[in-house]
Design a binder for this molecule. Structure first.
Ligand SMILES: Cc1cc2nc3c(=O)[nH]c(=O)nc-3n(C[C@H](O)[C@H](O)[C@H](O)COP(=O)(O)OP(=O)(O)OC[C@H]3O[C@@H](n4cnc5c(N)ncnc54)[C@H](O)[C@@H]3O)c2cc1C
Ligand code: FES
Length: 350
């Protein structure tokens, strides 16, 4: 079931850098409960573009505890359709269609005694600064941010970060890495920045190669997987860019169990399985509402850990090779492909 869309009004625009703008939305009173969010989550927008309705996700750079209204920040991508549309076409007072906030790139419950290490690259600062604000205001955690940018003028939220450093003396460090001065970040830079933060929960968001560098370094120094969190910024494949119909339309081969089990919010359910359905659709058909947003394999919202059984995925865009090796699946893209018993867990720590 596609996530429901709501009309929200643009209340303010801030030019953050030459190629990035923030958009602050006013949420009507009747939608305020729906738009409650956790730091690190994102909103999916639906934009009319050349006769199509295109969807894109944007992380909230605001934090519920520190900002009155939700704010997203969109950086232009060369040749990109919607990032440029946001920066060129939107004016204060316009309304836009958006889903309620979603996402799993959030602070782990019960981790308040751990330091927080944040790696942000370019526009990847958005969910990271949101996590930072919430952690500083609601916990006693020490926070370190390593923020990589092309050059000085590409730094988004420079003033806001300076203010956080001044407001929480001794609790927050911000290290700027400028490619123009030092070249792209290397694994040894990440290892050096991690000194003293080896026990931290580590959150990373940025361009693909930046994320790969951080991930390789964390692996090298043995940061446990349950303490690493990644958010990937990818676009869906727009309808006119699809070479063929989405493969989720194809029935699964190899048979399927008559039912499967899934754990969600601490409860395990057994639901009937019809091989023409994805696991997410089967759970929804049985009346459950596990998390989902894009239904297209790129937002990662519907991730679950496969504990038993076999599935095929039509798309795995939001998952890394390491995720796949560990058994993570996108339930909006997965169908059972063997009669083996099948069990998945939405609650498993990432
Ligand atoms: C959970 C999540 C959160 C995100 N949060 C943010 C955020 O806070 N801020 C932010 O700026 N971005 C964010 N993004 C990324 C954002 O959703 C878009 O992917 C980004 O803005 C680019 O979209 P676009 O429409 O401008 O570019 P697209 O049109 O999607 O194109 C992207 C690039 O691919 C090329 N391309 C794609 N397909 C083709 C094709 N068939 N032929 C030729 N070229 C092609 C384009 O030229 C361009 O360089 C997030 C993504 C996710 C999944
Ligand atoms: S709902 Fe977005 S990847 Fe499945």
């Amino acid at each position: 079931m596609a996530a429901e869309l709501y009309e929200i009004k643009l209340a303010g625009i801030v030019q953050e850098t030459p190629d990035a703008r923030s958009f602050v939305f006013e949420i009507p009173r009747h939608l305020r409960d729906k738009f409650k969010y956790r730091a690190g989550q994102f909103i999916t927008f639906e934009i009319p573009f050349e006769g199509m309705q295109l969807r894109r996700c944007y992380s909230l750079a605001s934090a519920p505890e520190t900002d009155a209204w939700p704010k997203v920040t969109v950086k232009r991508v060369v040749g990109g359709r919607i990032s440029n549309w946001f920066n060129d076409q939107l004016s204060v007072g316009d309304t836009i269609k958006a889903t309620a906030p979603e996402g799993r790139f959030v602070l782990r419950d019960g981790a308040d005694d751990r330091p927080l290490m944040l790696f942000g690259g370019g526009s990847g600062i958005t969910p990271v600064i949101s996590l930072m604000k919430t952690a500083l205001v609601t916990t006693r955690r020490n926070v370190k941010l390593v923020y990589a940018n092309r050059d000085e003028q590409s730094i988004i939220f420079k003033d806001e970060l300076d203010l956080l450093v001044a407001r929480f003396p001794g609790r927050v460090q911000v290290v700027h890495h400028l490619d123009a001065d030092k070249g792209f970040m290397k694994p040894e830079d990440v290892v050096a920045e991690m000194a003293g933060f080896e026990t931290a929960d580590v959150y990373t968001c940025g361009p693909g190669p930046f994320m790969d560098t951080v991930e390789a370094a964390l692996e090298q120094i043995g940061v446990a997987r349950e303490h690493r969190f990644f958010e990937r910024f990818v676009s869906p494949v727009d309808p006119d860019r699809r070479e063929e119909a989405p493969a989720v339309a194809a029935p699964a081969e190899g048979g399927a169990p008559a039912s499967f089990r899934f754990t969600f919010e601490g409860k395990t359910h057994e639901v009937p399985y019809d091989p023409s359905l994805t696991l997410l659709q089967a759970a929804e058909k049985a009346g459950h509402r596990p998390p989902s947003s894009c239904l297209d394999g790129y937002c990662g919202c519907c991730m679950a850990l496969k504990k038993k059984g076999q599935v095929v995925m039509a798309s795995r865009e939001a998952l890394t090779d390491a995720d796949l090796e560990r058994g993570w699946i996108l339930t909006c893209q997965s169908r059972a492909c063997s009669t083996e018993e099948l069990e998945i867990d939405y609650d498993a720590p990432y």
